[in-house]
Design a protein around this ligand. Sequence first.
Ligand SMILES: [Fe+2]
Ligand SMILES: [Fe+2]
Length: 406
Amino acid sequence: MNIGIYGGTFNPIHLGHMAAARYAAQALALDLLYLIPDGVPPHKDLGEGAPTPEDRLAMVRLAAESLHLPRGEAAVSDLEQHRAGKSYTVDTLRALHQKFPKDTLWLLMGTDMFLSFHRWREPEEMLRYCGLCAFSRSQWDREELFRAQREFLERTYGARVTTITLPQLVEISSTQLRALLSEEAPGSEDCRGGKFLAPPVYGYILRRRLYGTGEDLTRLPLAKLRPVALSHLKGSRIPHVLGTEDTAAALARRWGADEETARRAALLHDCTKRLSREEQLALCRKYSIDLDEYEKKELKLLHAKTGAAVARAEYGLSEEAASAIRWHTTGKPDMTTLEKILYLADYIEPTRDFCDLRELRRLAFEDLDRATLLGLTMAVRDLQVKGMVLHPNSVRARDYLKGRLA
Ligand SMILES: [Fe+2]
Ligand SMILES: [Fe+2]
């Protein structure tokens, strides 16, 4: 197996790092790429107000889920975060070599790191465990220095060195990026730092108010609520939520509901879905949410209630929008227009392909009540066939509409 190791301060991890990781995965035919944020970097002082190591780890995890490598898997290691004292790459490499004794390790690094590599702690031992893969910015980027360093390391330590020229490097340093983030005006649509970040990473920064961003989370403009919402999700759920947002907006325009409210509700509708049972239950205690016997049995049902509470309390969503989130999973009798819109958008958004949705997609823009009835009927049938927990609210919602439309 070819394993890439990409360590760094990642303060924060940005699109430049992610582009380099993607390109290296392809060029080195990696089967596995480890992203490893530093614990306490030996040579860097992160300064006042910097994110904690846990914040940087969380951001790297979100970035890894958004990496979409052309080949191989991305993984995040907290190896350096758990080591007492300063973190040295040689310790990390030794540990990884012990874990993967038969595999080929490649240590990935930028130009400056590569040119100073012989001054790191124990270069000889490091080079017994791994080859070096240095990124250069262009074919002419200090070519002479590169060649000299490569020959020196090969001659002195018998190093394996490969150089990758990155074709489309995102031209930003972490220092410049931190400055841009701190200049963004809170409450405005100004995302000048955000455009250099994977949206969930940007959302995490806003949510935790890192790098001087200082947003009031209950008054976020849509352009900032969107990345914040995505930072709550598993990477694989992001297309679903963006699809739900667009579909809810289209349905709101069709049925005369407020488009922005529909977008906000859709963006946050699954915001607690990735949480564990314990975390869900902690939110239930925090927001005094009572659970019925069905919700106690089925974790999936819980996220509608906790999601609505978080959307209202932490992100300032209106009662109307929170109520749409509250009922998006089961439905209920006598739903509002927005509740029906979110229920349907969640069901028919373009990435859903678990059953034939053509008729439901057509009907949603033709007759909102009949579409909601069809959606509820399909959902009830589906849960019964699969033997899953069927909440009586879904049956009541279906029968209510059936009676009204008869
Ligand atoms: Fe959901
Ligand atoms: Fe959903």
